[in-house]
Design a protein around this ligand. Structure first.
Ligand code: IMP
Ligand code: MG
Length: 206
């Protein structure tokens, strides 16, 4: 019989439950950025953001869904008052490369005119998504518009973009975890890992 936990949260010292995560770890070829390294870098980024936006009306805009974990940790590393908003762009679907065509699936809830906007991205690959978003948001007349990305794949860049802060530069490999997905999966892994090619490439080459 399955024991049901109480509805009241209990603080424990034990390991987090690994159901599901243990399975998905099997699809990971290697860990690129450990959970500890991510947390340390996010804390440092939070301090930079605190200094840069001291006394400013800061609005963090996260691009769903990949940057949700990054945003959640980053906002706790930022001590100045700020607000958050979300937008969603079309995803790759079950592919691992960008089509270069960006569609807005969910726009912001609030106007950004006169506000200091910091776009929070999970990863910059070709740069098409960000090039489109910075153009779109600039037209709405924010007081300033900057970008912080957890990961950057500079070798894949197809369009030039200005990024103020980058967490880590990564090689040209498809990465998952800490919010990043392949076909909507693996977002819950606490680290950034490289997916085994056989997960997204048919074995017989068909
Ligand atoms: P871009 O428009 O090519 O720069 O792609 C940006 C978006 O593609 C990111 O915000 C991610 O959602 C997704 N993406 C790019 N590379 C990866 C990857 O290696 N793993 C997971 N998602 C990726
Ligand atoms: Mg994304």
């Amino acid at each position: 019989m399955v024991e049901r936990a109480s509805e009241v949260a209990v603080v424990t010292d034990g390991e987090p439950p690994l159901a599901g995560r243990a399975n998905w770890s099997r699809d990971v070829e290697r860990v690129l950025v450990s959970a500890e390294a991510i947390q340390e870098r996010v804390r440092a980024l939070g301090q930079r953001i605190d200094e840069h936006y001291a006394d400013k009306d800061l609005l963090l805009i996260a691009v769903l869904k990949g940057s949700v974990l990054f945003l959640a940790d980053l906002m706790r590393a930022i001590s100045i008052p700020h607000e958050i908003d979300f937008l969603a762009t079309s995803s790759y679907g079950a592919s691992t490369s960008s089509s270069g065509i960006v569609r807005i699936m969910k726009d912001l809830n609030e106007p950004i005119e006169g506000r200091h906007v910091l776009l929070v991205e999970d990863i910059i690959d070709s740069g098409h998504t960000l090039a489109y978003l910075t153009q779109l948001f600039s037209a709405r007349n924010p007081a300033s518009l900057e970008v912080v990305t957890l990961l950057d794949k500079p070798s894949r860049r197809e369009v030039d973009i200005d990024v103020l802060w980058t967490g880590f530069s990564v090689p040209d490999e498809f990465v998952i975890g800490y919010g990043l997905d392949f076909n909507q999966r693996y977002r819950n892994l606490p680290y950034i890992g490289v997916l085994k090619p056989e997960v997204y490439q048919p074995a017989d080459g068909a």
